[in-house]
Structure formats: structure tokens, C-alpha cells
Ligand binder design. Structure first.
Ligand SMILES: C[S@@+](CC[C@H](N)C(=O)[O-])C[C@H]1O[C@@H](n2cnc3c(N)ncnc32)[C@H](O)[C@@H]1O
Length: 322
């Protein structure tokens, strides 16, 4: 299977429409912060023949596949292996002072989920790895075999919103004494057995929340996103636009709060006028979080949990726009 067959880009038309006004002028720079299999990027390169695309991914396998798919656009594309909070350094290295659009399509790619041996999928037995970049220092097995029960419970509760986090964490610590964790099937079974019968029937696969929590911890996903979004906003040129597609509520909350902060002024409420330089610098383009249409949901199950937020930079403010 090649890259284009494996992945249907989520909310493609809407994402293109949201970024389009920022990409109208020749030479506009679009950053795809989560290149994945290059599905969104391909559509932008096709529809905007004058843009330059910078594609980032922390997963070398994704960069390789996207590179093959986007080879026809070689003269307008640059691919960089980077974690997306490294954007300022990447732009500096490339000598790009400001960008016109940026897309974050968060989470794992369909390729990462489909490759069972990377351990992202709870439904298949595989080594408990879950690193998006397989040169990263910590695997899911390392976390399960070394964290204290309290730390495991905290992760499961905060990142997985798992109600039975303490029970699961205690059981992990008990069972690893007998034998360290290596594979996902044993963990899935443990989670199922730790949850009361009645709770097993709701909320999807019982291990889903635990796997999500481990993946977030392995890849430091939320801290990276918290740093990355303000960096991205700082890099936007005037009238540049950002689109963030989240697949779980913790990411969406970070996106919502970061974008909302840019629409507020930092002067006290009782000041009659907002002094120059203190005006809000962002305008939100989406009403709440946008969701896919019924048709898309029927055709593309991977779109089921997506929430899309977008904003435009409307002022340079005191921030450095080079
Ligand atoms: C949902 S996929 C993107 C799919 C892409 N929009 C497409 O149409 O093919 C998300 C990608 O982002 C990458 N990724 C996730 N977190 C990242 C981070 N912090 N820095 C860089 N890449 C990241 C993953 O490795 C994955 O390839």
C-alpha cells in the first residue's frame, strides 16, 4: 500500500478553506507541523501552485513516506525531522522569518496505528513501545515497569481520564513483580480485569484510555503542544492563519485556551481605552470547535473524534514579527 491509499485526510476541504486566504500571495509559506503521510500537504500543494511547504514530523518513517508521495513537488517542499515545538529553530535554520499558515493535525497517524509492532493499538498484541520517534528514550514498557503506583495512577487519570486509575495502577505494580510488562495483550487484559463488570460495557474498549495515557506520557505530547502553539503563533505573519485539529479533550482544551488568550488584551478591564501595543492580536475563525459532517463520519471513521479550531493573526502586537 502506498501513502495515499493508507490515509484519508480528516476534514480536508474545511481545513483548506480555513487556511486559503492566508496562502493567496505568491511565495506564501505553509508549515505542516504534523506531516504524517502528507495527505493534507498534498492537497495544499495541488491547490496552491505558488506556496512553499515546510513539513515537520518526529517520526522518520512518516517523513520517508510523505517524501515519496510529495516527490512531484520537490522544488517547493522542505521536510525536517523535528518535534513541532522546535519550529522557531527550524525556521531560523531555513532562513524563514515568518510563515503564512500552519496546520497541526495532532495525534498518531493511521500508519503508526496500522504498524502493529509499534505498540499503539490496544486491539493487537505487540511490544509496548508507543514512541512516535523510535530513537526516543522511553517506551511504554519502561513506564509500566518503573513508575510508582501513584505516578501511574496520575497519568492514567490525567491523560486517560480513567476513573479506575488507582485500581489499574496498583495491579500493574503487583503484576510486574512477577514478570515485567513487555506486550500489549497482557496490559489490555489487566485493564479489563481491573474494571467492574458494569463499567466494561460503556466507553468503548476498556484499555483505550490507558493506552492513550501511556502514549501521551511516552511522547510528552501535552507539554510539547503547550510550548508549540505559542511558538507557532509568534511565527505567524500578519494575516497568517493557524488550524489545530485535536482528537481528544486534553489537546482541544490546550488549543482552545491558547487561541483564546490571543483574543484578550492584557490591560485591566476598567481601562477606558486599550493602549497601542496591547490590543488582542488574534481573531478566532471557528465557532467553538468544528466537527465533521455526517457524510464524512460515515466515510472516514478516523474523523470521529476530531475538533477543529482556527485563528488569524490580526495584529503584530509587541511580538516580534520579523
Ligand atoms: C494524524 S497524523 C497527520 C496526518 C496528516 N495530516 C496526513 O494527512 O497525512 C499526525 C502526525 O504527527 C506526528 N506528530 C505527532 N506529534 C508530533 C510532534 N510533537 N512533533 C512532530 N510530529 C508529531 C506523528 O508522528 C504523525 O505522523
Amino acid at each position: 500500500m502506498d501513502a495515499s491509499e493508507r490515509h484519508v485526510p480528516v476534514m480536508l476541504e474545511r481545513v483548506v478553506a480555513l487556511l486559503a486566504p492566508a496562502l493567496a500571495q505568491p511565495g506564501a509559506v505553509l508549515v505542516d507541523a504534523t506531516l504524517g503521510l502528507g495527505g493534507h500537504s498534498e492537497a495544499f500543494l495541488q491547490q496552491f501552485p505558488d506556496i512553499r511547504l515546510i513539513g515537520l514530523d518526529r517520526d522518520p518513517a512518516a517523513l520517508r513516506l510523505a517524501g515519496e508521495r510529495l516527490a512531484p513537488y520537490e522544488d517547493r517542499t522542505t521536510f525536517v525531522k523535528a518535534v513541532y515545538d522546535e519550529l522557531p529553530e527550524v525556521l531560523e535554520d531555513l532562513g524563514v522569518p515568518a510563515i503564512n499558515g500552519i496546520l497541526f493535525d495532532l495525534g498518531v497517524s493511521s500508519m503508526q496505528l496500522d504498524e502493529a509492532d509499534r505498540g499503539f493499538a490496544y486491539a493487537q498484541d505487540a511490544p509496548l513501545d508507543m514512541r512516535m520517534d523510535s530513537t526516543g528514550p522511553t517506551t511504554a514498557a519502561d513506564i509500566l515497569n518503573t513508575y510508582s503506583s501513584a505516578d501511574l495512577a496520575r497519568i492514567l487519570f490525567q491523560y486517560g481520564e480513567e476513573k479506575f486509575s488507582r485500581r489499574i495502577a496498583d495491579r500493574i505494580v503487583r503484576e510486574r513483580e512477577a514478570e515485567p510488562f513487555t506486550n500489549s495483550a497482557r496490559l489490555s487484559e489487566l485493564v479489563r480485569d481491573s474494571i467492574p463488570q458494569a463499567a466494561r460495557r460503556t466507553g468503548g474498549h476498556p484499555a483505550k484510555r490507558t493506552f492513550q495515557a501511556l502514549r501521551i506520557e511516552v511522547n510528552g505530547e501535552l507539554e510539547v503542544l503547550r510550548r508549540a502553539l505559542p511558538n507557532a503563533l509568534r511565527s505567524l505573519a500578519l494575516h497568517g492563519r493557524i488550524v489545530v485539529m485535536s482528537y481528544q479533550s486534553l489537546e482541544d482544551r490546550i488549543a482552545k485556551q491558547t487561541l483564546a488568550a490571543g483574543t484578550k488584551t492584557d490591560v485591566p478591564d476598567d481601562l477606558p481605552v486599550i493602549p497601542a501595543g496591547h490590543e488582542p492580536y488574534l481573531q478566532i475563525l471557528t465557532r467553538g470547535a468544528e466537527r465533521p459532517t455526517e457524510e464524512e463520519l460515515a466515510a472516514n471513521p478516523r474523523a470521529a473524534s476530531v475538533r477543529v479550531r482556527a485563528a488569524e493573526r490580526v495584529r503584530v502586537k509587541g511580538m516580534v514579527v520579523r
